[in-house]
Design a binder for this molecule. Structure first.
Ligand SMILES: O=C(O)C(=O)C[C@H](O)[C@H](O)COP(=O)(O)O
Length: 213
């Protein structure tokens, strides 16, 4: 799968809603109700980070939830890519980009949202054909002002800024012409998951899904 094809696919996924929830799932039993709660609130694209032992099983459970589009985040190795694909991930997200990760996603046919934090990183990925990228860690590297500035010389690249973004920060990004959506963990707080407060998570998702772009 070429980088151009991958970018077309990730652009479509990013356009599904203004926010892609970034999920850290510690308990496999949370996977399905969490996905159902977020989809019900209007956030269909879900990024499950491969940071917990049950993450791959969680992806497999969540992939069966109607209306959801489940991807794997924190892809760090080619093995992560292969296992995410096998679990049913429909897209991948990485905090940065290495040649090994890029090659693995191309070989596995997994559309990747590769991470970039500088103009040089954005340009490198653009040369390869990745026109949709994650801007990470967004708040720490200049926030919406940095995304806007990079868009002046590089308007052909669109971003999903992620990292430290909240409901109140999101609008600054979403009004930019080079932002398709933002990623964030705020819609799935650990305490609400542990309390089984799925209605509360649906309410957070609904609030996020109604952000203007
Ligand atoms: O796991 C990845 O692939 C990452 O690149 C990191 C995540 O995108 C951030 O951890 C988002 O989390 P918040 O900053 O809490 O919204």
């Amino acid at each position: 799968m070429t980088p151009t094809d991958q970018s077309q696919r990730t652009a479509a996924i990013c356009r599904l809603a203004p926010v892609v929830p970034v999920l850290v799932i510690d308990d496999l039993a949370h996977a399905r109700p969490l996905a159902e709660a977020l989809v019900a609130g209007g956030l269909p694209a879900l990024e499950v980070t491969l940071r917990t032992p049950c993450a791959l099983e969680a992806i497999a459970e969540m992939a069966a939830v109607p209306g959801g589009v489940v991807g794997a985040g924190t892809l760090l190795t080619p093995d992560d890519v292969a296992r995410a694909r096998a679990a049913g991930a429909q897209f991948g997200v990485a905090p940065g980009a290495t040649d090994r990760i890029l090659a693995a996603c191309a070989a596995e046919g997994l559309p990747l949202l590769p991470g970039a934090a500088t103009a040089s990183e954005v340009m490198y990925l653009l040369e390869l054909g990745y026109t949709v990228q994650k801007f990470f860690p967004a708040e720490a590297i200049g926030g919406a002002a940095a995304v806007k500035s990079i868009g002046a010389p590089l308007p052909q690249v669109s971003f999903c800024p992620t990292g430290g973004i909240s409901l109140t920060r999101a609008p600054d990004y979403l009004k930019l012409s080079n932002v398709l959506c933002v990623g964030g963990s705020w819609v799935a707080p650990k305490a609400m998951m542990e309390a089984g407060d799925w209605a509360g998570i649906t309410a957070l998702a609904r609030e996020a899904s109604q952000l203007a772009r």
